[in-house]
Every structure is written in C-alpha cells, then in structure tokens.
Design a protein around this ligand. Sequence first.
Ligand code: PDD
Length: 285
Amino acid sequence: MTRIVYVNGRYRPYAEAAVHVEDRGFQFADAVYEVIEVAGGRLIDEARHLARLSRSLDALDIQPPIAETALRHVLRQVVVRNRVRDGLVYLQVTRGAAPRDFPFPDRDTPRTLVCLARPLSRAARAASAAKGIAVKTMPDLRWGRCDIKTVMLLPAVLAKAAAGREGAKEAWLVDEQGFVTEGAASNAWIVDTEGRLVTRRADSAILDGVTRNTVLDAIEIEGLEVVERAFRPEEAHVAREAFITSATNTVMPVVSIDGHTIGDGKPGPITRRLREIFPSVAKAS
Ligand code: PDD
C-alpha cells in the first residue's frame, strides 16, 4: 500500500494528496511520467529512467520541476517512507495548473510533480513468469510520438481491456502496415525461426524501454544475435520464443499470441536466461 505521496514539495498522507482541478495533466494529458522498479529497496536503472524523463520533458518543452539531484532524493524518500523493498516508484510531471486554455501557460507556471512508491508481490510476478503470459494483437490507435512517455494512455488502456476480455495479459499493437509496434505497456520481442532475437528499432512508433536497453546489454554479454526490425503478427505466431520487457515485468515470457502456442507452450530457454541474468546486468542504486 502507498501511505505517503510527494506532491509539489510536500510529503502527504495518501488520502490527502491532491493536485489542482485545473492541472494540465488532468485536462490535456499535458504530462509525462516514469515507472522505476524497486528491488531490495534500490532503484533499478534510475539513470536511464531519469535520462528518458529529461528527453520527454525537452520534447514537450516542459521545464524540469526540480533539479535532478533533488528528484533523486525525493524518489528515495518515497521508497523509504512507504517501506517498499520490492515494487515500483511512479513519478509524473505536468505543465502545471492554469485556467483551461490550449496555449501553454506562462513559462514560470510551477510544474506539478507527484512521486509515489508501492510494493509489488515478487512471488506473484515469479509465478506469472514461470507460466508465461498470453498476448493478443490489437490495432495501434496511438499518436505519432510514442517515443515520448506521456500520460496520454487511453489507447493503451482500451487495448489492454480488449485483450483482457480475451484472456490475454498484454496487447501487442499493430501499425497500419501490419507490423507489431510494441505492447500496450511493454516492448515486444520474439526469437525468430533462425534463433535471432528480434525487436522493433526504437523509432517514434515505440517507447525506447529502459528494460529493452538493459536486455540489449544482456544479449551482448551472452553473445546472442539480435536484429532490431519490425515483425508481423504472422511471424510472431510461429516464433520459437516470445517475451515482453518493462520496468516491473523485467523479462516476461509470452507463451501464446492470438491463441497460437509459442514453442512448446512453456517459457523458452533464451527468455528464461535473459530473465535470470537481468538483475546482474541492470544497475541498482
Ligand atoms: N510502461 N512501451 C510502452 C508503451 C510502455 O508503456 C512501457 C512501460 C514500455 C517499457 O518501458 P520500460 O522498460 O522503460 O518500463 C514500453 C510502464 C511500466 C507503465 O506504463 O506502467
């Protein structure tokens, strides 16, 4: 449970933490966010997450709300104050509160910063990884700048809900050319029939996942072959292995895509190996 939330300079009890009704995050989704895994009380790949936060803010011309050293301090405080050992930190920055109008408010409008931490069950995630998950492909209805981590998540919410109704844990989004872009809240990977790891190149159609990058490091360490290219659902249906990556899932095996069994229906050996070595490749701080 989250007990304490940081909001604009104050640590508030969860039930009392609030932002303004005219916050631009609320009215326009004019906001960016990060989700960082917490493992053993430490932040995983914090530097990469903060570098991406800075890129997202720059892309939207939102001034950083506080200095990075101060932000690092706040992230640690929410972990400690909520007594989180294993879980996540969520942080969101909005362009601030102002009377509703499309143009940007004055540059000196204070940005809104919210940080919270929450425990997640290690056992539940391990159980899910031992079995593997099902995914379902869905049309990608998002905008053209999916490389920016904005809170504009309605297409992802709807795709996940539709996938969920068909018994799948994640939706794999498919662009107008018929290629998988990524998961609704994760990056998508397959091991092709030649045994090569395949994931889409990090262009503006996907979020360049922090976990994706750490997995690319792990692949290099393992001496495995990787190709960054788009693939179609039809190729995924006959892949040797498949998995998703994201901060809280790390490497999560996929054993069914659109009802097609992947491999022998159990998490594949390359996927298991990458999941196993992930904690030693990721940077904990
Ligand atoms: N989602 N692609 C999308 C669309 C995502 O929303 C995410 C993360 C990823 C993986 O990125 P990373 O490895 O940096 O977590 C890829 C987060 C976890 C979320 O929205 O909850």
